[in-house]
Design a protein around this ligand. Structure first.
Ligand code: PLP
Length: 432
């Protein structure tokens, strides 16, 4: 995100809709995250004032619980709190959200925690939380007059972008590192958009996307030029958790960190619900989870720094493998302000985390979920998570996408001839 680029983006943005005609519901403008300097709603992501990231600011009306409860069973029940037009649900879209919040009593017992919940976002249309952010980005992009949806991705975003574009009848351009898991390549390619594998890691792909976004002013890169809108989609995770708990906030929440956007927006969702009187603004602590092989935010937290030093990722948790996380500093702010902490875990612990969650709760998470699970365990063991406080773990992606992570460790107990005696014998041996 260089300064030159920011200037050229400003100069070349000329989509069909102009600031005066776009209707993004309660969204009133964009503001620099640092100086607060405002600009009108536009497909921009860098403040012309100070080159820091832009964020959506709102004029909320009177938002009532009853209106939300009467809304659709998707993230659009929160449309009064998102940068989307009032008729957003009338367009064909993937209708993400309203995933399960399950009370995880067996896992809680194993960990020695009193009240534990799993927010199971594997239940989204393309099996990760990315459907939420892409749906909001597409709704805003449509309002700005875009017709091509694009992204650089570590996998889940590729799935979500290609599927959302297919459903909307848009073209898609999806850039992935060529080393991506086979399952994530196939589950993107099947939607038949333009999928391009790039020889390089995610940070290379991301840089390439920023370059292309400046060249192709008719492409909406969900996490680049329309990133301010995209990232607001993560608030719906916070909204749903609070609504599903019976209109109240949890005391602790553990969130995985890739770019860091999700973590900061779950916090923003909790804050907005409090400010609007939808919940009591009770205190809560936000905890972050990373894989040790890509843990720049965890490292900065541990050493007390405000600056996040980029790293070269090396972990099986590829969906979290962003070595230069755009929202890293804001994650540090959120975690420190709420009194939380950030932890990181090895790949072996990630696999153990996946298996622990599957064994105790019947939820099969991808490696990112293993990161959240294993970090929660470590945060408990080190006394940072309070075992007596109500805790929510965000499980953001499905294990079917990262089968290789557990492939060496699980399988049939035995292969037997089709005879009852042989089955009994195998079960006996298993017990022994
Ligand atoms: C993208 C992703 C995240 C975190 O995303 P942020 O970039 O931090 O917002 C978490 N879990 C999964 C499975 C993801 O795909």
């Amino acid at each position: 995100m260089g300064k030159d680029l920011a200037i050229s983006m400003t100069a070349t943005t000329s989509n069909e809709a102009t600031a005066s005609t776009v209707n993004l519901g309660p969204a009133a403008g964009l503001a620099s995250k640092e100086s607060g300097a405002r600009i009108p709603l536009a497909p921009e992501f860098v403040s012309p004032d100070d080159f820091s990231p832009l964020e959506v600011v709102y004029d909320f009306g009177n938002v009532r619980r009853e209106d939300i409860e009467a809304g659709p069973r998707s993230i659009w029940r929160y449309k009064q709190l998102l940068p989307v037009p009032p008729n957003v649900a009338d367009y064909p879209n993937t209708e993400p959200g309203c995933t399960r919040l399950i009370k995880a009593d067996r896992l809680a017992a194993e960990l020695g925690v009193r009240k534990l919940w799993i927010k199971d976002d594997t239940g989204n249309p393309t099996h990760s939380f990315k459907d939420r952010v892409v749906a909001v980005a597409l709704a805003a992009a449509r309002e700005f007059g875009f017709k091509v949806l694009a992204c650089p991705s570590t996998g889940n975003l590729a799935n979500a972008t290609a599927a959302a574009a297919a459903r909307a009848g848009w073209e898609s351009v999806v850039l992935i590192p060529s080393s991506l898991e086979r399952a994530k390549v196939l589950t993107t390619a099947v939607y038949d958009g333009a999928l391009i594998a790039v020889d390089g890691n995610y940070d290379d792909v991301n840089r390439l996307a920023t370059e292309l976004a400046a060249e192709h002013e008719d492409w909406a890169f969900v996490n680049v030029n329309v990133r301010p809108y995209y990232s607001e989609g993560s608030k719906t995770l916070g909204f749903e958790v609070a609504e599903q708990l019976g209109w109240r906030l949890p005391e602790q929440i553990v969130v995985p960190i890739a770019s860091g956007s999700q973590l900061t927006k779950v916090d923003k969702g909790f804050q907005e619900f409090g400010q609007l009187g939808l919940v009591e603004p009770t205190p809560y602590r936000v905890f972050g989870a990373q894989a040790t092989g890509c843990s720049p935010v965890s490292a900065a937290f541990r050493s007390g720094h405000d600056v996040v030093q980029p790293v070269k990722p090396d972990t099986i948790a590829r969906s979290l493998a962003i070595g230069a996380p755009a929202d890293g500093p804001y994650v540090l702010d959120t975690v420190r302000r709420t009194g939380g902490a950030i932890e990181d875990v090895t790949d072996a612990e990630v696999v153990e985390g996946i298996r622990l969650l599957a064994r105790t709760e019947g939820v099969f998470a991808e490696t990112a979920g293993g990161v959240t699970m294993a970090c929660a365990k470590k945060l408990l063991e080190t006394g940072k998570l309070d075992p007596d406080a109500e805790t929510v773990l965000l499980i953001t992606g499905d294990g079917l996408k990262t089968l290789d992570a557990v492939a060496d460790q699980v399988g049939p107990r035995a292969t037997v001839p089709p005879s009852a005696a042989a089955v009994h014998e195998a079960l006996e041996r298993g017990r022994g």
